[in-house]
Design a protein around this ligand. Structure first.
Ligand SMILES: Cc1ncc(COP(=O)(O)O)c(C=O)c1O
Length: 390
């Protein structure tokens, strides 16, 4: 008998993927320009030219296709540490960094490193749907704090009710997928205070895992660097969005020295990655990114898209919290059942993702990492959709 849980995971596609596949079929039928596909968080801005140049240049290395050490190439780790130190006034070294296959593997390795069977991980709705899979696969239980629908900042009243002696870790994601909200410094400070109090009360460590693939995609607001506010913070990062490299699978786990027993925690992350089949992140990409750690893609277009779609939809009467980062808009559906609303939108070839899997009902996620034309041409369709409800 094979593992039924895994069969289920492998056969039940995520709704996002399902809609995306439908979109591909529909585009083949009626033409790409007639489908307004806002489903996937696939960066629309190309990777910087420097990355492509660095890949080509590093191809001539003798070890271009060889293994690196499991923890990652030293030069890459050194350059990431110095980039973070420059930007955030920290004192990291290469030995705080473990290079992974993107944020997904960074999160799985971190969760596997921290969790014993049955321990709980708390996250805040709305949240990245894969946290459930990642946590349960590592033997943990994901506990979801209901959303603060006014601001999509943390709902502390509900958080304090749910944190308990089995809580081993908390995952935050800011800028957030799917709300686009950036957690303010006040939110992070309050979160750190609650966690410090609870660590004392329960007499064990509670780790704060900060999932940061959208760190650099913020529109004129400060994204607090969380390790400075709470010692037991572990950062999971990815180059998928900031350098537009989602298919190259590269990111890292950062375990600061301030984490209690940090050397062991780092060793556990390495051990967990090993147990999950990690050998080393793609070498050529490690060498190339080592030369580009101070760069991002030209992210301005996302802010232009944010303004275009936020202003366009709110002018039509749609409701949403103005996102300060990432490339998502979390819009209130025009009827209580987000799934019904998403199906109505489909009639106009507008493809959006119903919010239920993100832990909130009655909203849809719009990924605006698309061309400007897609947004402009979708607005009359959004108007027709709105008119249906008047
Ligand atoms: C919040 C969040 N975390 C993690 C990931 C996974 O990123 P990666 O492609 O680096 O594995 C994503 C991808 O969209 C995401 O939105």
């Amino acid at each position: 008998m094979i593992n039924e849980k895994m069969v289920k995971l492998g056969t039940k596609r995520s709704i996002i993927r399902e809609i995306f596949e439908y979109g591909k079929r529909r585009k083949a039928e009626i033409g790409e320009e007639n489908v307004f596909d806002f489903t996937l968080g696939n960066p629309s801005i190309p990777a910087p030219k420097e990355i492509n140049d660095a890949i080509i240049k590093n191809l001539s290395r003798k070890d271009a296709h060889g293994y690196t050490s499991a923890v990652g190439d030293n030069k890459l780790r050194e350059n990431i540490a110095s980039n973070l130190n420059k930007r955030f006034g920290t004192n990291f070294t290469f030995s705080n960094l473990f290079i992974t296959y993107g944020a997904a593997s960074a999160l799985c390795s971190t969760l596997r490193a921290l969790l014993n069977e049955g321990e709980e991980v708390i996250t805040f709705a709305p949240f990245f749907t894969e946290y459930t899979v990642f946590t349960e696969a590592q033997g943990g239980k994901l506990v979801v704090v209901p959303a603060n629908l006014e601001t999509f900042q943390i709902n502390f009243m509900e958080f304090k009710k749910l944190i308990n002696k089995n809580t081993k870790a908390v995952i935050i994601n800011s800028p957030n997928n799917p709300s686009g909200v950036v957690y303010s410094e006040d939110t992070i400070k309050e979160l750190a205070n609650v966690l410090r109090d609870k660590q004392l009360e329960y007499n064990h460590e509670i780790y704060l895992i900060t999932d940061e693939p959208y760190r650099e995609i913020a529109y004129g607001v400060k994204v607090p660097f969380v390790t400075k506010y709470y010692d037991n913070t572990i950062v999971c990062y990815s180059y998928s969005k900031s350098l537009s490299l989602p298919g190259e699978r590269i990111g890292y786990v950062l375990v600061p020295d301030e984490v209690k027993d940090s050397k062991n925690v780092y060793a556990a992350v390495a051990g967990a990655a090993r147990a999950l089949g990690h050998v080393c992140a793609p070498s050529l990409l490690q060498f190339a990114i080592a030369e580009c750690t101070d760069l991002t893609s030209d992210l301005k277009a996302y802010e232009e898209n944010r303004n275009l779609i936020y202003n366009g939809l709110t002018d039509l009467g749609y409701e949403c919290v103005k996102p300060d980062g990432a490339f998502y808009l979390f819009v209130k559906a025009l009827e209580p059942d987000a799934y019904e609303f998403y199906k109505r939108a489909m009639k106009y070839d507008i493809l959006v993702v119903p919010s239920d899997d993100f832990g909130v009902t009655g909203y849809v996620r719009i990924a605006y990492c698309v061309s400007k034309e897609t947004i402009i041409n979708s607005l009359p369709k959004f108007k027709l959709l709105m008119d249906e409800y008047k």
